[in-house]
Unconditional design. Structure first.
Length: 353
């Protein structure tokens, strides 16, 4: 009886082991078959897409710019293909391994269709095309820094100035008529890759950037598109802030400040004569439409001695001593308590003859 029980247990264990092994082999075969089917399916995918890709550099050229069109492939050996290039149907270049050509960007509103086609040594035919259009963006940089009255030029932004960048795009329809800039869509992007979403959008062709406490340069890029997305262009501008500067100009009794004639290093005053000089703090933030605010601190010194009676204004009146010749050193420093990076200093020497 005991022997029969042992035989029965052995038979059951053997049968169970055989069942487990058979099941494992069956499952393994199913998985292997499914994997092969997936691999075969994956290999069929490239046959449904174009084996070559065309790219242009630059992507958004200006009219007349040189544009390089390049064909690449990660599926076939394109260098072995006999390729023929055309632009708007006109043959341009052909040959084995000719994977790039250079063309001129068309005029505003026009489009050039660049096509490439050919055959591999196996006889497989390949072809693709790309559209090339042109546009451009003029970038204007403005700052709220101080400039003297009637100054017609522009200055570089100073530390902690608010900077306005204005995009003036040039995009045209097929008739060559440029689009109204106020009807285009703008996307402003910082050099960090961050999109300034609150100042991007329809008609937002200008962006205002407050000055920071870190005195470093930065760049802004704007992408401009039409509402239907058929035309696009881009532009960029670099902003490199610098320290504000201080200049001095004579004040004529009749004509007032002569901002066309800086004092320079030395001012000469003849005996029994006086002269007035005004300071111009180029780039200093204008707090209330001028440069006279509670945050502006001035310090005039004459021969290193403080003269607080002069600190309320930008003009100093100089008088030659009677019957005496000599010179005096005039210095002025201006600081902004609201903008700690805005510090100016300068001076000149006055000679009495």
């Amino acid at each position: 009886m005991q022997v029969s029980t042992k035989v029965l247990k052995y038979t059951v264990m053997k049968t169970l082991r055989t069942f487990i092994i058979s099941t494992f082999i069956a499952l393994l075969g199913f998985v292997f078959s499914s994997t092969l089917q997936n691999i075969a399916y994956a290999q069929d995918i490239p046959s449904t897409i174009n084996p070559i890709t065309l790219s242009s550099s630059p992507e958004n050229p200006s009219p007349g710019d040189s544009v390089t069109i390049t064909a690449v492939s990660y599926v076939i050996d394109i260098n072995a293909a006999n390729l023929s290039w055309t632009v708007n149907g006109t043959p341009i270049k052909k040959g084995i391994g000719v994977t790039s050509i250079m063309i001129k960007a068309p005029s505003l509103g026009k489009t050039s269709i660049v096509s490439v086609g050919g055959a591999l040594p196996s006889g497989q035919q390949i072809a693709n095309s790309i559209e090339v259009s042109s546009g451009g963006v003029d970038m204007v940089i403005e700052t709220d820094g101080y400039v003297p009255p009637f100054f017609l030029g522009k200055i570089l932004p100073a530390y902690q100035n608010t900077v306005r960048i204005i995009a003036i795009p040039h995009l045209a329809n097929s008739a060559g008529v440029e689009y109204d800039p106020s009807t285009l869509i703008y996307k402003w992007t910082a050099d960090t890759g961050t999109v300034i979403s609150d100042q991007s959008g329809y008609g937002k062709q200008a962006i205002d950037l407050p000055g920071g406490l870190i005195p470093r340069g930065y760049a802004m890029t704007v992408d401009v598109t039409t509402r239907d997305g058929t035309k696009q262009t881009s532009g960029s501008a670099s902003v490199v802030p610098q320290s504000p500067s201080l200049s001095f100009y004579p004040v004529d009794p009749l004509y007032g400040p002569l901002y066309n004639k800086a004092v320079g290093d030395t001012l000469y005053i003849s005996s029994q004569k006086e002269a007035s000089v005004i300071a111009a703090p180029w780039g200093l933030n204008k707090t209330t439409g001028n440069i006279s605010g509670d945050d502006i601190v001035r310090n005039w010194t004459i021969n290193t001695l403080d003269h607080p009676e002069l600190d309320s204004g930008d003009v100093v009146v100089l008088r030659a001593p009677n019957g005496t010749s000599g010179s005096s050193d005039i210095q002025l420093s201006i600081n902004s308590t609201a903008n700690i990076l805005q510090r100016l200093s300068g001076g000149f020497t006055v000679n009495f003859q």
